[in-house]
Design a protein around this ligand. Structure first.
Ligand code: FE2
Ligand code: FE2
Length: 326
């Protein structure tokens, strides 16, 4: 392995200035943020029960696959403690509570925390979900933990988050569109709000990687290649239901997502292509032999993935999740 001329710690310190300077455009203040309560019926008011009745009527029209995807999305949002501790374990971060990185992790976590709250509350009110089963899956996911395959490397972590935040933006946006089509405008708005947060997060993390490419193109390229070789593993991969073997639930969840087009293998490739474009991988200069090879691998990957995806078939069969009633 070729050592980078510049250490991860030095790069993160350099990035901290960029972070401080752009903080307000990358994350929102509490004052400027929506809260779950803004988007759901308010139990203090007399029309609450009537609103819930209507919410439940609309939720009845949502397809089985859509409800399954919403539940899986909710559980993965609810596993937020795991992402926070994962980010905190990144090498080279300044641990001073007033540092830019610590402020970033806290504020990012605080924004994300609203996502699980909002989705969870909607699903509870919808009448479509066996909440106990869903909660058990959430507890499993947090207790089991999941390996995002980044080691403690910040470069790999930021490739991961660039990818993952973009993927969540896409899936929440598509769920919003399907909810709208089904006549549930409340759910559509709620998922749209979450998607907008995810888009901002994706922009931030992609910006970090872009900055790293400027100062350490070789180190960053090797990290990008390594993550793409390992494949970006979604946290949903580790989903599990009570009494169901590990691995089964994810397969059915991802089938449901593919069937309704919320997140497909084509999306994975599209995201990769966008990252290649955004990070100007093709025209990057200053690379050594090893990272030239890494670039070649990454550049050739989208075409390869598309060939594989063409051969893949999505099962028609609907699985009966323990999360969903009836
Ligand atoms: Fe989120
Ligand atoms: Fe996010």
């Amino acid at each position: 392995m070729i050592a980078s001329a510049i250490s991860r710690g030095e790069v993160l310190t350099y990035l901290e200035n960029f972070l401080d300077y752009n903080f307000d455009s990358l994350l929102k203040s509490v004052e400027d943020s929506w809260q779950p309560a803004d988007l759901l019926p308010d139990s203090r008011f007399d029309n609450f029960l009537e609103e819930i009745k209507q919410l439940r009527e609309r939720a009845k029209e949502l397809s089985y696959d859509l409800v399954a995807v919403l539940i899986g999305d909710t559980i993965t949002e609810e596993a937020l403690p795991t992402y926070e501790s994962w980010l905190m374990s990144t090498d080279g971060l300044t641990r001073d509570p007033n540092s830019g990185w610590m402020k970033w992790i806290r504020a990012w976590t605080a924004e994300e925390n609203r996502h699980g709250d909002l989705l969870n509350r909607y699903l509870y009110l919808s009448g479509r979900v066996n909440m106990r089963e869903m909660e058990a899956s959430t507890q499993y996911l947090i207790a089991d933990g999941f390996d995002l395959q980044t080691g403690n490397d910040p470069y790999r972590a930021f490739v991961y988050t660039s990818f993952q935040e973009t993927a969540t933006n896409i899936s929440h946006r598509r769920v919003a569109a399907l909810a709208k089509k089904s006549g549930d405008l409340m759910l559509a708005k709620l998922c749209g709000n979450i998607a907008a947060d995810e888009a901002r997060h994706a922009k931030a993390y992609k910006g970090f990687v872009e900055k790293i490419f400027e100062v350490d193109p070789n180190g960053m390229m090797m990290a990008f290649e390594d993550m793409m070789r390992k494949k970006i593993v979604m946290p949903a991969h580790y989903l599990r239901e009570l009494g169901v073997n590990i691995g089964q639930t994810f397969g059915h969840f991802t089938d449901a997502a593919q069937r309704i087009g919320v997140y497909t293998s084509a999306d994975y490739t599209d995201i990769l292509e966008d990252l290649i474009k955004d990070w100007k991988i093709e025209n990057m200069t200053g690379l050594n032999d090893a990272s030239e090879k890494a670039r070649d691998y990454v550049m050739a990957l989208p075409a390869r993935l598309r060939r594989v995806a063409e051969r893949m078939r999505i099962p028609e069969l609907q699985y009966k999740f323990r999360w969903i009633e009836g």
